[in-house]
Design a protein around this ligand. Structure first.
Ligand code: PEP
Ligand code: MN
Length: 348
């Protein structure tokens, strides 16, 4: 990092900063210019910046970090993609992962029927919530453990890996038994103890971006997981909160190229929760693929009008095959291959 000294900084103040840099285990390079002195601290920024606490010190104008605050998930450290492979299905690195299924596991029939439909349409994994993070405590909270049993049955029948949300460490043991991919919901992206706990598992992680979190904060949450040893992380942009109220959230398509530029992790998009209305999902799904997404996660229901959660945004199961065929035109255009699943019918 660079420490820019004030024009008025005394030799004593400069020396005191140099001493602190050296005490922190870094090397100090002092460049004395005509007006200001700049001290280069050579070492790992991520540790030195926090340790030195130089902002606001006497004689210090500002501190400029050179390295990103995250390391393991960064592209600058990795020099390449870190695709995530789940039971033979690759997400990232040129392989496109379509994850689909109901918002919530409601019944055995609803889940199995949806699983069959999404598999036939070309999805490579099945999503479905057992534990639901609902805004209101009076709404359906998910079936919990019985839902996990239904998901296990859906996997046994279709072979599709299961993506399901973990809300609390107390559910970890049960979720680990069934999930192939542990989903971290937008509302839990900064529950750091949860990030550490899942970082110690061998499951792939689908990490949603928080509703009011920056891309840097999102990548730092991924870093928490990676730091514990688990680097199988898929980032998921699901819309952020802005002043606009016409859609449920504002899908931040710019997060796709930005996150992929900063990080080696695959980035997928959830247009369902961003838009909140099924007729808006297809255009944003196409746009997400065109912007470089490595996959999509979408909600599908056989009878959305009777859904216990997120009915208006769930794609009707009966049109899902045509829906996928439409999106696949953009997947082809981007030179990506669909991961796993069944062959997708040609576009209509
Ligand atoms: C979900 O995928 O079911 C969900 C609750 O999404 P989010 O955390 O993005 O709101
Ligand atoms: Mn939902």
């Amino acid at each position: 990092m660079m420490i820019v000294m004030k024009q008025s900084a005394s030799d004593g103040q400069i020396q005191s900063v140099v001493d602190r840099v050296v005490a922190a285990g870094a090397q100090a390079h002092v460049s004395r210019g005509e007006f200001v002195t700049v001290i280069g601290a050579i070492g790992d920024d991520r540790e030195i910046v926090a340790q030195l606490n130089l902002e606001g010190e006497e004689g210090v104008e500002r501190v400029v970090p050179i390295l990103k605050p995250y390391k393991l998930v960064s592209r600058e450290f990795r020099h390449g993609d870190l695709p995530v492979v789940v039971d033979g299905r690759q997400v990232g690195g040129g392989s496109f992962g379509l994850i689909a299924g109901p918002c919530t596991v409601e019944t055995r029939e609803q889940t199995l029927e949806t699983a069959r439909v999404v598999k036939a349409a070309g999805a490579c994994m099945l999503r479905g919530g057992a534990y639901k993070p609902r805004t209101s405590p009076y709404t359906f909270q998910g079936l919990g453990t019985p839902a996990l049993e239904i998901l296990a049955e859906a996997r046994a029948e279709t072979g599709l890996p299961i993506v399901t949300e973990l809300m609390d460490v107390r559910q970890l043991e049960d979720v680990l038994e069934v999930a192939d991919v542990i989903q971290v919901g937008a509302r839990n992206m900064q529950t750091f103890d949860l990030m550490k706990e899942i970082g110690r598992t061998d499951k792939a992680i689908l990490l949603k971006r928080g509703l009011a979190n920056t891309i840097e904060e999102w990548l730092l949450s991924a870093e928490y997981i990676a730091k514990e040893g688990n680097e199988r992380i898929i980032l998921c942009e699901r819309g952020i909160r802005t002043f606009e109220t016409a859609t449920r959230s504002t899908l931040d398509l710019s997060a796709i190229p930005v996150a992929k530029n900063l990080s080696a992790l695959p980035v997928i998009v959830d247009p369902s929760h961003a838009m909140g209305r099924r007729d808006f999902i297809l255009p944003m799904a196409r746009a997400a693929v065109a912007a470089g997404a490595d996959g999509l996660i979408v909600e599908v229901h056989p009878e959305p009008e009777h859904a216990l959660c997120d009915g208006p945004q769930q794609i009707r199961a009966e049109v899902f095959t045509a829906w996928v065929a439409d999106v696949k035109r953009v997947v082809d255009l981007m030179g990506l291959v669909m991961a796993g699943g069944e062959p997708v019918p040609a576009a209509v």
